[in-house]
Design a protein around this ligand. Structure first.
Ligand code: NDP
Length: 235
């Protein structure tokens, strides 16, 4: 199996860390971004806030110097700031879009020039079941995650002939800090609506991401792969 240079944004914890560890176990050269926490043991860390284009550029430059050009980008970093539409401040909407959607775009744009030169690239966006299913209280988050689908498909149309794929993984509920913050009643309600009757492990999301990055998935592009226990069937 070919070993690749992989950058996982937000790979210092949560789902991103599961993804980063899965690539590292596979023998890939893995870098993760963090915002000051440092990198977990065994992973190469770069400090980067993806809302800052210059920081994104600097992070890629560092990874390129240390590990080589990024061949696999996993745009995973994301935030929530939930509240009902009528209560949501404009800043809550724009900040979630700036991180989850524009942040992913900044990274994809920066990665793509080197991928074009290499005539190889894998871009994987971590979206959410919410992006296509919708969720009360998440107009900002759902819009940001739905936007990733249009972005992946547009990249596919622009760069598909250059051996660059762009896909979306749409997890349902995954056991992480983000879901640990949910009120218990809400957790129970979500569990009741998931056909699999459980939340996912981060490793289950990582498996889908690793497959999309592999040579075996070279003809899979512009796709949305749900990893959601059947929650969003019909996407
Ligand atoms: P966590 O809250 O556990 O981690 C979020 C990660 O994103 C952290 O590494 C955080 O870095 C990073 N991050 C946030 N904002 C920025 C920023 N401006 N610049 C750089 N990094 C940033 O989230 P999860 O692991 O749960 O989620 C990961 C992805 O999966 C997200 O995109 C989320 O929307 C998506 N997802 C999660 C689901 C779930 O059930 N947990 C379900 C569906 C999708 P730092 O440590 O510095 O804060």
């Amino acid at each position: 199996m070919v070993s690749r240079t992989v950058l996982v944004t937000g790979g210092n914890r949560g789902i991103g860390l599961s993804i980063a560890r899965a690539f590292a176990e596979n023998g890939d050269r893995v870098a993760v971004t963090h915002r000051g926490s440092g990198a977990p043991d065994g992973l190469f860390g770069v400090q980067c806030d993806i809302t800052d284009s210059e920081a994104v550029d600097a992070a890629f430059t560092t990874v390129e110097a240390e590990l080589g050009p990024v061949e696999v980008l996993v745009a995973n970093a994301g935030i929530t700031d939930d509240t009902l539409l009528l209560r949501m401040k404009e800043e809550q909407f724009t900040s979630v879009i700036d991180t989850n959607l524009t942040g992913a775009w900044r990274c994809a744009k920066r990665a793509s020039s080197k991928m074009l030169r290499a005539k190889f690239g894998r871009i994987i966006f971590i979206s959410s079941v919410t992006g296509l299913y919708g969720n009360a209280g998440q107009t900002n988050y759902a819009a940001s995650k739905a936007g990733l689908v249009g972005m992946a498909r547009s990249i596919t149309r622009e760069l598909g002939s250059r051996n660059i794929t762009a896909n979306v993984v749409a997890p349902g509920f995954v056991e992480t800090d983000m879901t640990a913050e949910l009120p218990e009643a809400q957790r129970d309600a979500y569990l009741a609506s998931i056909p699999a009757k459980r939340f996912a492990g981060g490793d289950e999301v990582a498996d889908a991401v690793r497959w999309l990055a592999s040579d075996k998935a070279g003809y899979v592009t512009g796709a949305v792969i749900p990893v959601d226990g059947g929650l969003g069937m019909g996407h």
